[in-house]
Ligand binder design. Structure first.
Ligand SMILES: *Cc1c(COP(=O)(O)O)cnc(C)c1O
Length: 426
């Protein structure tokens, strides 16, 4: 049963409703370990499914290009004020459609086409939009890429400093999609200041941990901060840009009219709801439990002989190099999905394999923590992962039986951990 209800959809479009129902059941029955995913609250679902989707409001509160903003202005202002208060930022823009457009707005605000821009290389844990070659950001700017150290799996800050001094990037990105360790925002800020670069912290993955005090904040170090709202922050799909007062006008102008038209007001409302949830004390508990779960899972995987990039985790995310297990990331991820454990194959630093068929797996604990799963369950989850990886390495026939067994055991476990937004009809 959906909460909020899908009664109209079920009546009018059974084909689509059936697919939504199947997706809800899938999300309910699986251990969702995709590091960028979560479960939003029913309140966030209600806000994003509201009549706010009907309204156009190009511009900013008090300066719109369409009439009828009596309610939209206070909604967007509420989201902005909550974002500023939660993160302690001087300025917030809540209009970017998602993380990638938010990052593009940063380029538009602070760089010219062809300028050198610096970010963590994609296979080392960076994001496409930090100047990877297939991205517009890698084509329109001159990317400079730093890496992690081979011996520690951690960002090579000496290389960051050397490259920054040599290449003089206009923008330096810190943050990424597969970084299991704490980001040293102060060290990045010192380097950016020295070379006159704008420091952009992309906290898409860790925003919820920062809000909950489980990861240091870039506020006070970074000139501009971008984040998605739908990962650990547990809001609707969307993004925000936080900045110092100094850069407020440049950021706003880049988002609108620089890059976008009308903001998605239903999303803005969902962001406002999520930010209020993230300001509550129970969200602080949640953020710390996300990290405790990741550490417990990492520990249990290490005990089973898994090779973790950087040897563990400080946040919600674990990166496994499967090379020693005799199975690449993709077949392992596919087998685990059939067995009820959803994660993604991922490149590992210095991966000898191709990006679409890499050596690693990426895991995160944001979603299962929302379900209420606690660290004492992590050894069992590591055991299931290990059972499937080993069965996959052994060969097809064995694997199928193991996958069915594990999937059934997982469904049974998760029946005790309700998900927001949907429950099976008893
Ligand atoms: C997820 C992510 C993005 C992009 O967000 P989308 O909403 O998918 O466009 C950008 N940067 C980082 C570091 C991310 O993890």
């Amino acid at each position: 049963m959906h909460d909020p209800s899908l009664s109209h959809l079920t009546g009018q479009d059974p084909e689509l409703a059936g697919l939504v129902e199947a997706e809800a059941r899938r999300q309910h029955d699986k251990i969702r370990l995709i590091a960028s995913e979560n479960y939003v609250s029913a309140a966030v679902l209600e806000a994003t499914g509201s009549v706010l989707t009907n309204k156009y409001s190009e511009g900013y509160a008090g300066r719109r290009y369409y009439e009828g903003q009596q309610n939209i202005d206070p909604i967007e202002t509420l989201a902005i004020e909550r974002a500023k208060a939660l993160f302690g930022a001087e300025h917030a823009n809540v209009q970017p459609y998602s993380g990638s457009p938010a990052n593009l707005a940063v380029y538009l605000a602070f760089a010219e086409p062809g300028d050198p821009v610096m970010g963590l290389s994609l296979p080392m844990g960076g994001h496409l939009t930090h100047g990877w070659s297939v991205s517009a950001t890698g084509k329109w700017f001159t990317p400079v890429r730093y890496e992690v150290r081979a011996d520690t799996g951690r960002i090579d800050m000496d290389q960051v400093r050397d490259l920054a001094r040599k290449e003089r990037p206009k923008v330096i990105w810190c943050g990424g999609t597969a970084i299991p360790r704490t980001i040293d925002f102060a060290a990045f800020a010192e380097i950016a200041r020295e070379v006159g670069a704008v420091l952009a912290a992309d906290i898409a993955h860790i925003a919820g941990l920062i809000a909950g005090g489980a990861h240091p904040s870039p506020v006070g170090h970074a000139d501009v901060i971008t984040t998605t709202t739908h990962k650990t922050l547990r809001g609707p799909r969307g993004a925000m840009i936080l900045s110092t007062a100094e850069h407020a006008a440049a950021v706003d102008k880049a988002v609108f009219p620089g890059l976008q038209g009308g903001p998605h007001n239903h999303t803005t409302a969902g962001i406002a709801v999520a930010l209020r949830e993230a300001a509550r004390p129970d969200f602080t508990d949640y953020a710390h439990l996300v990290v405790a779960n990741a550490k417990a899972l990492a520990e249990a995987l290490l005990e089973r002989g898994y090779d973790l990039i950087s040897g563990g985790t400080d946040n919600h995310l674990i990166l496994i190099d499967l090379t020693g297990k005799g199975v690449p990331g993709k077949p392992a991820a596919q087998a685990l999905d059939r067995a009820g454990i959803e994660l993604n194959h991922n490149a590992v630093p210095f991966d000898p394999r191709k990006p679409f068929d890499p050596s690693g797996l990426r895991l995160g604990t944001a979603a299962i923590t929302t379900r209420g799963v606690t660290p004492d369950r992590m050894p069992r989850i590591a055991e299931w992962i290990d059972d499937i990886v080993r069965a996959t390495a052994r060969g097809e026939d064995q694997a199928e039986k193991e996958e069915r067994r594990v999937a059934a055991e997982i469904r049974e476990l998760l029946a005790g951990y309700p998900m927001p937004g949907w429950a099976p009809v008893p």
